[in-house]
Design a protein. Structure first.
Length: 330
């Protein structure tokens, strides 16, 4: 597939079709249902302003090359910085630099990126199984010395389906605002943290997302070692549920942009909800985050984790979610 004169890889089965861009952060750009033709992920309306290939960019540079979709964020998260002479770009080089294609199957693709800012190799397998996208990612320390870094995922979901905003469910029990004074519209009432049940304002702990919101909130204290968060659109009979390993990724960055930010780059016209599993908070960059909060790998060690995005063509309250599937209450 070619979009905006970029080389993309399409993979499909009888339920889903995904589009991957290896040259721009190994991104999953689209996850589309075969039956309804709905794309779950946010996709920028216009082509990126800068070409792929940069490894160190600041926030403005990251946004200029942003196409939407789902990226790996590593070895930095958030603010670009310099640590011990090494430069780390906004959200790290893994999110913007080219990944090598190791293999392409009928319903899978394997990508690899060896970082330049740290001696890390990332290998990511993306596979379609039924109505789910399974992503298995390994971080391998190539050096004899240990490394500390930030590692997360950046799936940006399309906030509006069938002209309506979604309801958010999760098995997290606690939230922390990144910067309470910068949160727009979200019902945090100026607080810096609190319970998820109180934030949702509903007995079923479901948060109804509305237009005019903007902000970054961190979720934690998941009720199980398997963490999950979902967006459901009743009018579209659609639910997207992301499942991951809370032992490695104990946090989720909840990024909401539904028209709450005027001016560049969103101009009050973006409709995005990011459900972003992460090893670390806050999104302040390696220079500001305490070392004990970073993800640690001993020399030559590796860590592997899995994410599953279930796409269910129905809506309703979720009772549980696992990599194997989603259970609804009714």
């Amino acid at each position: 597939m070619n979009m905006w004169n970029r080389q993309l890889v399409d993979i499909d089965n009888d339920q889903l079709r995904i589009t991957v861009e290896p040259d721009r952060g190994g991104s999953i750009l689209q996850v589309t249902t075969v039956k309804s033709g709905r794309n779950i992920l946010h996709l920028q309306t216009n082509a990126p302003r800068t070409p792929a290939g940069e490894t160190v960019v600041d926030l403005d540079g990251w946004i200029d090359q942003y196409a939407g979709g789902w990226q790996t964020v590593a070895p930095n998260g958030g603010t670009a910085c310099t640590v011990n002479g090494a430069r780390y770009g906004w959200h790290g080089e893994a999110s913007v630099s080219p990944w090598n294609v190791l293999s392409v199957g009928e319903q899978s693709i394997v990508l690899e990126r060896t970082l330049t800012s740290l001696p890390l190799q990332l290998i990511k397998q993306i596979e379609l199984i039924g109505s789910a996208v399974h992503v298995v990612e390994t971080a391998q320390n190539l050096d004899e010395e240990s490394v500390d870094f930030m590692w997360s995922q950046h799936p940006a979901l399309k906030a509006v389906q069938a002209s309506t905003y979604p309801c958010l469910q999760t098995n997290a029990s606690h939230w922390v605002a990144d910067s309470p004074q910068d949160v727009v519209g979200m019902p945090i009432a100026g607080a810096s943290n609190g319970s998820w049940l109180a934030l949702s304002g509903r007995p079923d702990a479901t948060l109804a997302i509305n237009g005019g919101w903007a902000g970054l909130v961190y979720l934690d204290d998941f009720s199980d070692h398997v963490a999950w968060a979902s967006l459901g659109w009743p009018d579209a009979s659609l639910t997207a549920c992301l499942v991951w390993d809370a032992n490695i990724m104990p946090f989720m960055w909840l990024w909401i942009e539904t028209g709450g930010t005027a001016g560049y780059p969103w101009r009050s016209d973006a409709h995005i909800v990011g459900l972003e599993p992460a090893t670390t908070i806050p999104a302040a960059g390696l220079a500001e985050v305490p070392r004990e909060a970073l993800f640690h790998l001993n020399g030559k060690a590796a860590a592997t984790t899995k994410y599953t995005l279930h796409v269910c063509e129905r809506s309703g309250a979720i009772s549980s979610a696992r990599h194997e599937g989603v259970e609804f209450l009714d």
